[in-house]
Design a protein around this ligand. Structure first.
Ligand SMILES: [Zn+2]
Length: 291
């Protein structure tokens, strides 16, 4: 009897939790830059790696013989743009088997729940971002609030630093790069075309989100330590091609013109990466001196 009561209570509790989760209205910030929602022509970056995002919200499709991987999903309204981009390239949205993100913010997870529902793909996420993703960002240390800013995302597989994500002939390594969010991360992997193999880094650049002093964020006590180690780890990475969460962060529009021919070499840019990291290191140094 006792056990039955207990089970009943747990079930009621769970259904209330689910009810709350899905009954809550999603309020995505409205004042976002126009480039975030602007459609952009998809293209092949290198080998089996494609750009399928909006003008600025970078989303990547990696195709394999066993289905495809989508990294990042933009805002809620990016769903239609990304889907149409995937189809334009001759691929099927329903072939997406794995969904990944570089960080649990509404401009990268906005359409994730819709993609998950439609494709039944497995969502794999840095384990430190899992709790914030399930409440649609409301518990985010910097951007959180009462309402979720994106539809809650359930994670199917928790990822830790260095974990491998395998599908068909592809193997991606997840690199834990916290700070921007607690579970921000990058991916490193190899793609090949008929001439060459490229080591690709999709980097989550550790920009600072909060206006508060790092010492005044009880929800994230090790924020300073995390940014410091992320910057350090990122400086020592080696790769051929550098990409990131926003097109503007790696100067996509200087490197690639719409309708330009296939040219992976355009994204070989160690210098740009080092400069971007140096600027972020300077921001970090300024931040820790904040009074
Ligand atoms: Zn962000």
């Amino acid at each position: 009897m006792r056990n039955i009561q207990k089970t009943a209570l747990i079930l009621i509790g769970l259904s209330l939790f689910n009810f709350q989760l899905f009954a809550q209205k999603v309020i995505e910030p409205k004042d976002t830059p126009a480039e975030w929602s602007k459609p952009y022509k998809p293209f092949r970056i290198a080998g089996n790696l494609y750009y399928v995002g909006t003008y600025d919200l970078a989303c990547y499709l990696i195709t394999t013989d066993k289905g495809n991987i989508l990294i990042n999903t933009g805002l809620a309204n990016s769903y239609a743009i990304i889907s149409s981009n995937i189809k334009q390239l001759g691929f099927k949205v329903s072939d997406i088997k794995i969904l990944l993100t570089t960080q649990a913010h509404y401009d990268h997870l906005g359409a994730m729940a819709d993609f998950q529902q439609l494709t039944h793909a497995s969502v794999m996420m840095d384990k430190e971002d899992v709790t914030v993703a399930i409440d649609g960002g409301s518990s985010d240390y910097a951007l959180g609030g009462k309402e979720p800013s994106y539809k809650p995302v359930k994670t199917n597989r928790l990822l830790s630093d260095g974990d491998l994500i395998s599908l068909g002939n592809m193997k991606l390594k997840m690199l834990h790069h916290p700070g921007h969010t607690k579970g921000s991360c990058s991916y490193i992997f190899e793609v090949k075309d008929k001439n060459k193999a490229y080591k690709v880094l999709i980097a989550n650049m550790p920009s600072i989100v909060t206006d508060k002093k790092f010492s005044e964020i009880p929800a994230y006590p090790k924020i300073e330590e995390d940014y410091r180690s992320t910057l350090q780890k990122m400086k020592s990475l080696s790769f051929d091609i550098w990409l990131s969460s926003h097109a503007s962060q790696f100067d996509l529009h200087k490197k690639h013109q719409e309708n330009a021919a296939y040219n992976p070499e355009a994204f070989v840019d160690r210098k740009g990466y080092d400069e971007a990291l140096n600027k972020l290191s300077a921001d970090f140094s300024k931040k820790i001196k904040q009074k």
